[in-house]
Ligand binder design. Structure first.
Ligand SMILES: Cc1ncc(COP(=O)(O)O)c(C=O)c1O
Length: 439
């Protein structure tokens, strides 16, 4: 079969895929109380399916042309110079923090026992890479309503051993990253922004994820999907090499997959105590991992990236509709607020049951779930109360009072682009119905 015939078949297959999409995924009517209202989900059309099949017909399988395309496009969206895909948001965080330990950074490299400021109320894999690298997390509290740490608490946590700040923009709401960068400059600290929940958010008019030294994105059920996936973004080519090395087994070689001699001196290196001419492809300058993404996933990402601006608008629209519809319940719930000077890209709508309310979080959550409205806790709540963290080496600044409130009283509901106005109105009505039954 010649290539023209193969190309014609490819087009035919992709046309059929579009037809398949129409038949297999028709819109479904919403029936309040019967249909589910998930907290998050995939929003896709025939394009994502076509991209997926297109890449599978290449049968390249590992990172390839779609990953390249995605990385270039995504770096631009995020306002960073280099984007490197990996297999999850957690892996992206692991790569970002591990990169700070690289001997290539010389005196600025983090060493075992150095301290890293982070937040107690959050997702575990924002914090885990700190512990996995034998660094010491210094936990600060979050504010209620914004669910981010205040600049004052971050500043108070910085001590003589502090070398970095690693924090997430919680639920799409930016922390004061401008202030954090000021502190970082003053104290010579690295900053890693975990942007997994906040792609598209801005602080002082600039995309979050573009302030720090490294940033990481995105959990797939979040603003875009690839099935599973993550990305590390950096400004400097030297940092790009470190992250790629750690992602790709620790190798020193920077050849793209499928290439052999990008450096033009494949058999002309002498590194470590290896013999001269040892194949550069098999020289390892870091204790690395293999955290690469497949091209099928990246292909879906390319189609999703086109939709990102609409996704962000829809998330923010849904959030605002919930905010307006629930504002009369302010005496029962702490309603979410955007951080000053920010434009969030909301991941969820958080509600904290006030201590004076005549009901507990569990009761509201159970009521919503009984009406098929999905709910989630604010991730690990106070991580320090979790079994895995009871005996870790760490330092705590302040009393983490709000992290405990978040663990006891906070939950969130969805704002993802797959939710319709009808669903949002049903969510609002269901929360009102519950509160009215308890007044
Ligand atoms: C803030 C934050 N960081 C990291 C992650 C981990 O992402 P992944 O599930 O892709 O590993 C999540 C996942 O929910 C998250 O919310």
């Amino acid at each position: 079969m010649d290539n023209l015939k193969a190309e014609a078949l490819r087009h035919q297959i992709l046309d059929l895929v579009a037809e398949y999409h129409k038949q297999a995924f028709p819109p479904r009517p919403f029936l309040g109380g019967i249909s589910t209202v998930p907290v998050s989900g995939k929003v896709f059309d025939e394009n994502e399916l076509q991209h997926l099949v297109d890449s599978s017909l290449d049968f390249w399988l590992t990172t390839g042309r779609f990953a390249d395309q995605f990385e270039k496009g995504f770096a631009k969206v995020m306002g960073m110079r280099h984007a490197m895909l990996c297999n999850s948001g957690s892996s992206a965080n692991l790569l970002a923090v591990s990169a700070l330990m690289s001997p290539r950074l010389g005196k600025r490299a983090l060493k075992e026992g150095d301290e890293v400021v982070t937040v107690a109320a959050g997702f575990p894999t924002t914090v885990n890479p700190i512990i996995q690298n034998r660094l010491v997390p210094v936990f600060v509290d979050a504010e209620l309503a914004t669910y981010d740490a205040s600049l004052e608490s971050i500043e108070a946590a910085i001590g003589p051993k502090t070398k970095a700040i690693v924090m997430a923009h919680t639920l799409g709401n930016p922390f004061d990253v401008e202030g954090v960068m000021r502190l970082a400059e003053e104290h010579k600290l690295w900053v890693v922004e975990d942007t997994c929940d906040a792609v598209g958010a801005k602080f002082a008019g600039k995309p979050v994820g573009s302030f720090g030294d490294l940033s990481t994105s995105f959990y797939p059920a979040h603003h875009m999907t690839m099935g599973e996936g993550g990305c590390v973004l950096v400004k400097k080519a030297s940092m790009k090499k470190i992250v790629e090395s750690l992602r790709d087994w620790g190798r020193d070689c920077w050849c793209p997959t499928g290439e052999e001699n990008t450096c033009n001196r494949r058999f002309d290196w002498q590194l470590g105590e290896l013999p001269y001419g040892y194949d550069h492809k098999y020289i390892y300058s870091h204790i690395g991992y293999n955290l690469k993404m497949t091209d099928m996933q990246a292909a879906i990402g390319v189609a999703q990236l086109d939709k990102l601006p609409e996704f962000i608008k829809a998330r923010n629209r849904n959030w605002k509709r919930l905010r307006d519809g629930l504002k009369a319940l302010d005496e029962f719930f702490i309603l979410p607020e955007a951080t000053k000077n920010s434009e969030p890209s909301w991941f969820g709508f958080a509600l904290s049951v006030r201590s004076e309310a005549p009901f507990e979080r569990l009761e509201v959550v159970q009521h919503l779930e009984s009406r098929r409205i999905g709910t989630r806790q604010l991730f690990g709540g106070n991580l320090l109360r979790q079994p895995a963290y009871l005996n870790i080496p760490m330092r705590v600044v302040g009393d983490l009072k709000n992290a405990d409130i978040i663990a006891n009283s906070t939950f969130w509901i969805g704002v993802y682009p797959g939710l319709t106005d009808e669903m949002i109105d049903f969510m609002i009505a269901t929360v009102h119905e519950f509160v009215d039954s308890r007044r």
